[in-house]
Ligand binder design. Structure first.
Ligand SMILES: Cc1cc2nc3c(=O)[nH]c(=O)nc-3n(C[C@H](O)[C@H](O)[C@H](O)COP(=O)(O)OP(=O)(O)OC[C@H]3O[C@@H](n4cnc5c(N)ncnc54)[C@H](O)[C@@H]3O)c2cc1C
Length: 488
């Protein structure tokens, strides 16, 4: 066993989007930084087994679906031949390009990368059990890092239902992304974004889908009118959408995984070639020796932080999935920047930086399904529940020249303006590329824009983005791309 010591201003535990963003920002602000990451590459869940590989596969699926749609308008391709090995290699190349870029940028910034499993052994000390190879196999080597400040960015992992047998035909999102199976019948356990995105890929590659969800709707968190559009377009992918239904048992058989359901319309036990568990993610707070550093972790493994991302130990910060919902990469990145700035401000005596805080009004959410569903700020359901009176501007894509030209006019753009102030407080979009469009709505909310600001902003024609300006015009009954507003 080899032991040696490193010292640094800031120790970042975990090299995911939160961790590397914090580390790079801290280094840019002149601090010495060590990142401890157990896997071979930076990028965490997002780059290695999350956002990026799923989007690489979703892109392929959407091109395949698009090609199929063209048959109806006179352009017919042969049935696709799928080479899973090549497809996997493509996805891996995308990941390698991005993670390789991060390693290069870490080097440019002189951020030290230490590979291993980190555990706090004191308020200013982290033990690192070194790892090697493609997974997290320990080599026996141990290093100790002495730190002035720390940023915990240790992320989360997929929840596994306790009664699920150990069987290669039962996978989490990481297993699904490995593309090791070509199921004919697939069950998605959990009707959230991750499950539905992976379901989209597998269905386009040839699987028939069932989905089971305990709540009364899919994509919890999004307004139902948005989800209805997605559901109508995607109905052909599914044999069963089981809502208000619990999965209570599973058994591995030669024929497949036999799953038992309980609930109002639960079918008799069903057998699947592949079961994807997508029932949520749990934070890694209980696995990092946080108590040795004086950091409070709750019973679910989350670490509570203040607006500066400071934990119960004043010199230790936490960011990303480990501090709570929404578990999204863009939230982790912003939190990472805040923590790095506060620390740099304190260590370098820069009062302005030391006052940095997470003050974003909204965090957008996107399901990169087909069509995409995106929302930001207050939803209509939340406005109702909170008793906030809102005015709705809605632009149906059936009136959008671009959406019609694309043959995809099923979507709509909806903006919500607070009655009292006139300012935009939320928005939702369902349609192709909704995820790329929602950023403008987030910006409008951050800027405190009203319907005139957005409606008077000239959007290029013909684009899907136009629908945002037109939805704002609709609020005033001034949208000439829609039938005239009814006179009151
Ligand atoms: C299939 C899938 C698709 C997703 N798609 C999207 C998307 O499209 N958009 C989006 O915004 N979000 C998406 N997410 C969520 C996103 O990946 C996470 O929110 C994001 O990665 C969180 O970043 P993080 O830095 O907090 O943690 P993570 O990315 O989880 O990184 C934590 C890192 O810490 C390391 N680590 C943990 N403990 C230790 C330890 N003790 N020692 C050393 N290293 C340790 C881990 O190995 C990991 O690399 C997706 C997630 C999944 C699973």
């Amino acid at each position: 066993m080899s032991e040696s010591n490193l010292t640094c201003d800031v120790l970042v535990l975990g090299g995911g989007p939160g961790g590397y963003s914090a580390a790079f920002r801290a280094a840019d602000l002149g601090l010495s930084v060590v990142v401890v990451e157990r896997y071979a590459t930076l990028g965490g869940v997002c780059l290695n087994v999350g956002c990026i590989p799923s989007k690489a596969l979703l892109h392929v699926a959407s091109v395949m679906d698009e090609a199929r749609h063209l048959a109806a308008i006179g352009v017919d391709f042969d049935a696709p031949k799928i080479d899973r090995d090549k497809l996997r290699a493509h996805k891996d190349k995308v990941i390698a390009k991005l993670t390789g870029g991060l390693a290069a940028m870490a080097k440019m910034r002189k951020v030290a990368l230490l590979r291993g499993v980190g555990t706090f052994t004191g308020p200013n000390q982290l033990k690192v059990e070194e790892t090697a190879g493609p997974g997290q196999a320990k080599t026996g080597g141990v290093k100790t890092v002495q730190l002035k400040r720390a940023i915990i960015a240790a992320g989360s992992q997929a929840v596994r239902l306790p009664f699920m047998p150990q069987d290669p035909r039962i996978v989490d999102s990481t297993g699904a992304l490995a593309l090791a199976h070509a199921p004919r019948r697939m069950l998605i356990l959990g009707g959230g974004i991750i499950g539905l995105e992976m379901g989209t890929v597998y269905s386009t590659l040839g699987a028939r889908l069932d989905v089971v969800e305990m709540l009364d709707g899919l994509m919890p968190g999004a307004d139902r009118d948005l989800v209805r559009v997605w559901q109508k377009v995607n109905a052909p992918r599914f044999d069963r959408i089981m809502l208000k239904t619990k999965t209570v048992a599973a058994r591995a058989t030669d024929a497949g995984i036999e799953v038992t359901f309980e609930g109002d319309g639960a079918p008799p036990p069903q057998t699947y070639d592949l079961v994807l568990q997508a029932v949520g993610r749990s934070p890694n707070g209980a696995r990092i020796g946080a108590q040795a550093a004086g950091v409070a972790v709750n019973e679910r493994g989350f670490i509570a932080v203040d607006a500066q991302m400071r934990t119960s130990a004043p010199h230790i910060f936490a960011i990303g999935d480990i501090v709570g919902q929404p578990m999204l990469a863009h939230k982790a990145v912003h939190e990472g920047h805040v923590a790095a700035e506060v620390i740099a401000g304190e260590l370098k005596g820069d009062e302005k930086l030391a006052r940095a805080a997470f003050d974003a009004r909204v965090i957008p959410a996107v399901a990169y399904t087909d069509p995409e569903v995106a929302w930001v700020g207050l939803t209509e359901d939340q406005a109702k529940a909170q008793g906030i009176a809102v005015k709705k501007g809605l632009f149906p894509w059936a009136a959008s020249g671009r959406a019609i030209a694309n043959g995809r006019d099923e979507g709509f753009t909806k903006l919500l303006f607070e009655q009292a102030s006139g300012r935009i407080v939320g928005g939702g979009i369902v349609g192709t590329h909704a995820g790329d469009l929602i950023g403008e709505v987030a910006l409008a909310i951050e800027m405190g824009a009203d319907a005139l600001d957005i409606g008077h902003t000239i959007h290029p024609h013909p684009t899907l983005g136009e629908s945002i300006g037109l939805a704002a015009e609709a609020v005033h009954g001034a949208c000439t791309d829609l039938p005239p507003a009814r006179k009151r």
